[in-house]
Structures are given as structure tokens and as C-alpha cells.
Write a protein that binds this ligand. Structure first.
Ligand code: PRP
Length: 184
């Protein structure tokens, strides 16, 4: 789906399909160089990161393996509380592995902060983060991703894996959702 298929719902395209792919290729080249000669396990965080992982891993020129985690953060409405529950755990033993957590968005940092300490306790050689999007103004807990795709303003974005009420994940672009859609 493209933003112009739902023109009354997306007020602005923040990042185009082409910009997304160009940046993913740049980050992939950096990751290829940084992990040269080392094994790399990508950990995608469901569901938002599915599209990023699928595109990003195809830009990599080295071997890579991938696993998935699903977490849910307790909280009211759109606010996460920092209390995280594992809905689906990894199938992979992290002992001695180089892990790169792939996220669609770093917002308050509550999810990633919890996830990183959880993964680091499993004996990995290294645990780093690639987040496609980061909202610097929303960050409440310091999380320092090794790789960031784009810094964006603190607006409600959807598309390229990010949802509102489970919709818009299949939008090719990252766009700003019209507040009328969520009653804002
Ligand atoms: C989103 C996103 C991150 C988290 C970021 O997931 O994928 O995991 O929120 O927010 P935070 O920095 O404030 O913790 P969400 O809970 O919406 O689930 P989803 O990926 O299934 O859409």
C-alpha cells in the first residue's frame, strides 16, 4: 500500500520507500564491515520490525542468521510502562553470539532498555541495537543504539511495519497519521 492509496489518513510522508532502502543499504554496509569475520545473529522484535529485518538482511553481503522475539509492554493506551512480558522467546542459545537487535522504532526506550538487559544476561559475546527510527524527544531511558536509520520528530508515525490498531504495517512509506484516525 502507498500513502496515496489512503490520502485522507496520512497527512505527510516522512520517509519515502527509496530513502528507506538507501539508508538500509548504508547501514548494512557498515554492519558488514563492523562484523567482518564474526558470526552475526539478528534478533527482530515482532511485529513492527518484520519489514525492516526482511529488507535489511537482504542488503547484507555476509552470512547472517535471524531469530525473533515478541514482547508486550504493560501500559495504558499508547503509553508503555516499562514492564515487559515475553510473548515469544528466542529459539537460539545466545552463549558466545554476536547479537544485533533490530527494532522499527525507539520511542521512550522502555522496551529496548528491558530487552537489552534481558539479552545481555544470556551470555552473548555482544549485544547491539539497530533501530530504523528514533524519536530523540521522546526518550525517557538512555538507550544507545549502535545504528540508527533516521531521527524523527515526536509525531505519530505509521507504515513500514509500524501500526495503528494493527493497520498500516503494509504501507511502503513512513507517514504521519492524521489525528482524525485515532480521535486525537
Ligand atoms: C513498538 C516498537 C518498539 C516499542 C518502542 O512496539 O516496535 O518495540 O514500541 O516503544 P518504547 O521505546 O516506548 O518502548 P509495539 O509495542 O507497538 O508492538 P508492535 O511492534 O507489535 O507494533
Amino acid at each position: 500500500m502507498d500513502a496515496d492509496h489512503v490520502p485522507s489518513e496520512i497527512t505527510e510522508i516522512l520517509i519515502t520507500d527509496e530513502q528507506l532502502q538507501r539508508r538500509l543499504a548504508e547501514v548494512a554496509a557498515q554492519v558488514d564491515a563492523d562484523y567482518a569475520g564474526r558470526d552475526l545473529l539478528l534478533v527482530g522484535v515482532l511485529k513492527g520490525a518484520t519489514i525492516v529485518v526482511a529488507d535489511f538482511m537482504r542488503h547484507l553481503k555476509s552470512h547472517v542468521t535471524v531469530d525473533w522475539m515478541a514482547v508486550s509492554s504493560y501500559g495504558s493506551g499508547t503509553q508503555s510502562s516499562g514492564v515487559v512480558r515475553i510473548l515469544k522467546d528466542l529459539d537460539t542459545d545466545l552463549e558466545g553470539r554476536n547479537v544485533l537487535v533490530v527494532e522499527d522504532i525507539l520511542d521512550t526506550g522502555l522496551t529496548l532498555s528491558w530487552l537489552l538487559s534481558n539479552l545481555k544476561s544470556r551470555g552473548a559475546e555482544s549485544v547491539e541495537v539497530f533501530t530504523l527510527l528514533r524519536k530523540p524527544e521522546a526518550l525517557r531511558i538512555p538507550v544507545e543504539p549502535k545504528y540508527v536509520g533516521f531521527d524523527i520528530p515526536n509525531v505519530f508515525v505509521v507504515g513500514y511495519g509500524l501500526d495503528y490498531a494493527e493497520r498500516y504495517r503494509n504501507l511502503r512509506q513512513v507517514g504521519v497519521l492524521d489525528p482524525r484516525v485515532y480521535g486525537g
